[in-house]
Design a protein around this ligand. Structure first.
Ligand code: AMP
Ligand code: ZN
Length: 304
């Protein structure tokens, strides 16, 4: 936690752009904030418009089975969120629940898992959906997804929310196809940030894998440069914020979900993720709290 993060959050709330909801990392958005998000969304659409991506939209939850197949718990048990609900079937169970609540005791212990898990990354529902279609064609597949995602990482940093949106393009195919895709999106993202007049840097990164084995996974991810991030200073210049990620999963997801290339070989997958709120916050930080005063060319690029 830093004073700069707290201060920026306070300013965003004062200007009515974000609305506190009583839990760190859980925030409402104003119409003005949403206009910025829509502008970024238009930019992402425009950048990918000639690629013929298939648009898929999923609600912000995946099935427990898909979640288990993803092996998310091996890497990020600290971030996952499961949906639980009251499982009582009679008045007695209901009365018990209300009595526990009345006594201000922990009523959540009564809740049971529902088979829904909150989506940790927008691309997760893509893999089982594509695998169910059978082996890919020679061109592989290209998908466009956009979803709220959940990560249990409460923070006062407005750029680290528990529920936030990710727009992603996902490429599935041969190693060459997915690597070409990733390189192309790194260049497109750099051009976009230049257009939006935002300072940025690209860096090799690693995911926040949990525990001791997690440290090995992180080192491996960095050594193989499987994750690149586009960083923009928001509340710190020394520790800029990752606003877009360019991930190469090799054949990990294809192994988990049995995704095959036309040849029968396992597919490789990659995704580019736009952190929508983070890009919006970067724009606000660098151009001001009132979007009407932003540079004309930036407003034009966002079609604001
Ligand atoms: P990742 O799957 O971790 O690479 O996330 C994709 C993108 O989502 C990141 O580059 C960020 O821009 C954004 N993101 C990740 N975690 C958060 C968070 N807690 N709050 C807001 N945006 C996030
Ligand atoms: Zn992804």
């Amino acid at each position: 936690m830093s004073d700069a993060q707290l201060q920026f959050r306070e300013e965003l709330i004062q200007h009515g752009l974000l609305l506190p909801m009583g839990v760190d990392g859980l925030l409402g958005r104003s119409g003005g904030f949403e206009r910025i998000i829509e502008g970024i969304d238009r930019c992402a659409t425009r950048l990918g418009k000639d690629d013929g991506a298939e648009v898929l939209r999923f609600p912000p939850a995946i099935s427990q089975r898909t979640f288990e197949e993803s092996e998310y718990m091996k890497s990020f048990p600290q971030l996952a969120g499961t949906v639980h609900a009251f499982a009582g079937t009679n008045d007695r169970a209901h009365a018990e629940l209300l009595a526990i609540m009345e006594r201000k005791e922990d009523w959540t212990a009564q809740q049971k898992a529902t088979e829904l898990v909150l989506t940790p990354a927008a691309c997760y529902p893509v893999y089982p959906t594509l695998a169910a279609r059978g082996p890919l064609g020679a061109d592989g597949a290209l998908l466009d997804v956009f979803s709220y995602c959940f990560r249990h990482e409460p923070s006062v940093d407005p750029a680290r929310m528990q529920l936030f949106r990710m727009r992603e393009y996902v490429r599935i195919g041969s190693p060459e196809q997915v690597q070409t895709f990733r390189e192309m999106w790194i260049e497109r993202a750099k051009a976009l940030m230049t257009d939006l007049e935002l300072p940025f840097a690209l860096d090799v990164a690693n995911d926040p894998f949990f525990g001791r084995t997690g440290r090995m996974l992180a080192t491996n991810q960095r050594e193989q440069t499987l994750k690149w991030e586009l960083l923009i200073p928001i509340t710190s210049t020394e520790k800029p914020t990752a606003c877009l990620s360019f991930n190469y999963h090799k054949d990990k997801f294809a192994t988990n979900w049995k995704l095959q290339q036309a040849s029968g070989e396992l597919a490789h997958t990659a995704c580019v993720g736009f952190g929508m709120e983070r890009i919006a916050l970067a724009l606000i930080k660098h151009h001001g709290f009132d979007q009407r005063t932003w540079p004309t060319s930036v407003r034009e690029h966002l079609r604001l």
